[in-house]
Design a protein around this ligand. Structure first.
Ligand code: MN3
Length: 252
């Protein structure tokens, strides 16, 4: 799947010059800029800006969680991914989704594991931010997606229940996914930063085109929800970007 808005080298230069005026920016943007500035010049990936203000998802996801999640956690995956790719210039030229779907072709086991964790971390978070939107613009699934969800799961409510169960039951850190797989919709979950693109890494039955992903790492919710993961999941439905999910479905 194409990721047109992953910020590449040229935009990095622009972001770097912005760092000088970072003191004028709101806290979230300042954290993001600082993290970006920490990335080596010429590195293949830089932290993409959030598509909304860090407080725009409140009360469902709080501002401080967003600032740390984006400006620190997501930024760290990118820093580590760039460091790994500095040793593998051929892999650095590949689009990230291709790199992740072809991980088993990377012969060096340690490098493969780093790309899996840090590359997965970057891809998943970029996808996650774009999967969310302020509650007032959450919208609803397109008619085609709504019909497919009803066919696949019985009803919208049944889909949400199954997805929520997959997210709740994922032990430790990981993700829940809605994927398109051979013309059907399916709910899966993955540990750590694995995702449904990773052929040969995740079980074959879980490989597909991601339409929606939910981060259930504690860093995604603990400040506000503490141990109440199901409460976070229930609130999260209010800020799902259904137009974006519907567009992904239409493209499959
Ligand atoms: Mn996360």
């Amino acid at each position: 799947m194409k990721q047109p808005s992953l910020i590449r080298r040229r935009q990095f230069v622009k972001l770097g010059t912005l760092a000088a005026s970072a003191a004028l920016l709101p806290t979230g943007a300042r954290a993001a800029t600082a993290a970006t500035a920490a990335t080596a010049p010429g590195a293949p990936y830089a932290l993409p800006a959030l598509p909304y203000a860090p407080d725009a998802l409140e009360p469902h996801i709080d501002k401080l969680t967003m600032e740390i999640h984006h400006g620190k956690h997501h930024a760290a995956y990118i820093t580590n991914l760039n460091a790994a790719l500095a040793t593998a210039p051929d892999l650095a030229k590949q689009p990230l989704d291709k790199l992740l779907s072809g991980l088993t072709a990377v012969p060096d086991e340690a490098l493969r594991m780093t790309l899996r964790n840090q590359g997965g971390g970057h891809w998943n978070h970029d996808f996650f931010w774009k999967s969310l939107t302020p509650a007032k613009s959450s919208g609803k699934p397109s008619a085609a997606l709504a019909a497919a969800l009803e066919t696949g799961f019985g009803s919208m409510e049944a889909f949400k229940k199954s997805f929520g169960e997959a997210a709740t039951k994922r032990f430790g850190s990981g993700w829940a996914w809605l994927v398109a797989q051979d013309g059907k919709l399916k709910i899966t979950s993955s540990p750590n930063q694995d995702n449904p693109l990773m052929q040969g890494i995740v079980p074959a039955a879980d490989v597909g085109t991601p339409l929606l992903g939910l981060d259930v790492w504690e860093h995604a919710y603990y400040l506000h929800y503490q141990n109440r993961r199901p409460e976070y999941i229930a609130a999260w439905w209010n800020i799902v970007n259904w137009p974006a999910v519907s567009a992904r479905f239409a493209a499959v």
